[in-house]
Design a binder for this molecule. Structure first.
Ligand SMILES: [Fe+2]
Length: 357
């Protein structure tokens, strides 16, 4: 398959392969044996498709609706008001009207986004404005109740993410608490995204271009308008139909590292071909920035030695930015013969050359 064909297939989803459904209601209800049973199913899904609809999750529809209502309040605010928010800096807001490309190879994505990370009080040791992924949240100051509403939903989804960790552990035949330490204070990014209708299809215009997520898992509230498409095992793409009451969950690059390449990080993209606005809320769950991402013992055998050395999550995130071509992230020369992967530099560390602008 050449590059042009690959792009054509991505822009014209024609796969009839199914995105599977995982019903975790028995596990949420505490039924004995349900964790192991669902873990087996989750393993099958993660080794083949890497995407699934999550049902029986216990998150009230009202909580999801409330989050979308907050998102609409922000995205429907007048442009001149939205522009009073400080410049997007990984956290905070970026409007489609003022979209900058992060990567030199891309056209600006057709979406407006606010990225909301864990809320920290001033002086918190995890806050560091000089580091791209340790910056504080920026809130739309003109919207009373927005912050409270957004953080309420973030808290609920954080709770769901925590409940799912033992399922991932079961999928890997690990003790239920295996991932708890690495996710005790996870790096969470909740994005409230708005996609305007896209008139032009092709010519490298996307709501979000094809990519893999870097986190451990993404829990997506898709709203009521389709637009997400997923690359299925055949290589063809499939639209993720809107199924009310579900989350769309996928595993990311961090899962690939933990599982020594067994679990997938599947490519996906968004094009809003509808004539109406599309809203979605992806919730990206990654380990603590300081946690080590290391192949789990059940995925390393004499026949399949660890393919990836351990790496601190923040460094792995820098690697992702670099590999995606994001300006300012550079590979540090480690000298000949070095096998260390912790070589990635954020824009603030690179004084000369391609600085972020
Ligand atoms: Fe994504």
């Amino acid at each position: 398959m050449d590059g042009a064909e690959e792009i054509y297939l991505m822009e014209h989803p024609d796969s009839t392969e199914e995105i599977p459904v995982l019903d975790i209601a028995p596990y949420i209800a505490g039924e004995p044996g349900s964790r192991e049973l669902l873990g087996t199913r989750l393993r099958e899904i993660s080794e083949t498709v890497g995407f699934f609809y999550l049902i029986g999750h216990g998150v009230p529809q009202g909580a999801i609706d409330q989050a979308f209502a907050q998102s609409r309040r922000l995205h429907e605010s007048p442009l001149e008001v939205r522009r009073t928010m400080p410049k997007f800096d990984r956290t905070g807001y970026q409007g489609v009207e003022d979209r900058q490309t992060l990567a030199a190879t891309q056209k600006p994505s057709l979406n407006s986004t606010i990225n909301i990370v864990q809320e920290r009080s001033p002086g918190h040791p995890k806050l560091d404005p000089s580091k791209p992924f340790r910056r504080p949240n920026v809130w739309p100051h003109w919207l009373d109740g927005f912050k409270e509403g957004a953080l309420e939903y973030q808290g609920i989804l954080h709770g769901l993410a925590k409940k799912m960790l033992p399922l991932w552990a079961a999928a890997l035949e690990l003790p239920a608490d295996y991932f708890d330490a690495a996710f005790a204070d996870p790096h969470i990014i909740m994005s409230m995204v708005y996609y305007p209708p896209q008139k032009e299809i092709g010519n490298r215009r996307y709501g979000i271009p094809p990519h893999t997520d870097n986190c451990f898992m993404t829990i997506l509230a898709q709203g009521n308008v389709p637009g997400l498409a997923v690359q299925m095992p055949s290589g063809h793409w499939r639209i993720a139909d809107v199924i009310p009451g579900t989350f769309v969950v996928n595993s990311g690059n961090t899962m690939v590292r933990f599982t020594n390449g067994r679990f997938k990080s599947t490519r996906h993209r968004v094009i809003n071909t509808n004539e109406v606005d599309r809203y979605s809320i992806p919730f990206f769950v990654a380990p603590d920035l300081d946690a080590m991402v290391e192949c789990v013992p059940t995925c390393v055998t004499p026949d399949r030695p660890a393919e990836y050395p351990p790496i601190r999550y923040e460094d792995f995130y820098y690697w992702y930015q670099y590999s995606e071509g994001v300006r300012g992230f550079e590979k540090k020369s480690a000298g000949p013969g070095s096998k260390s992967e912790e070589l990635w530099l954020a824009p603030e560390d690179t004084k000369a050359g391609s600085s972020a602008s």
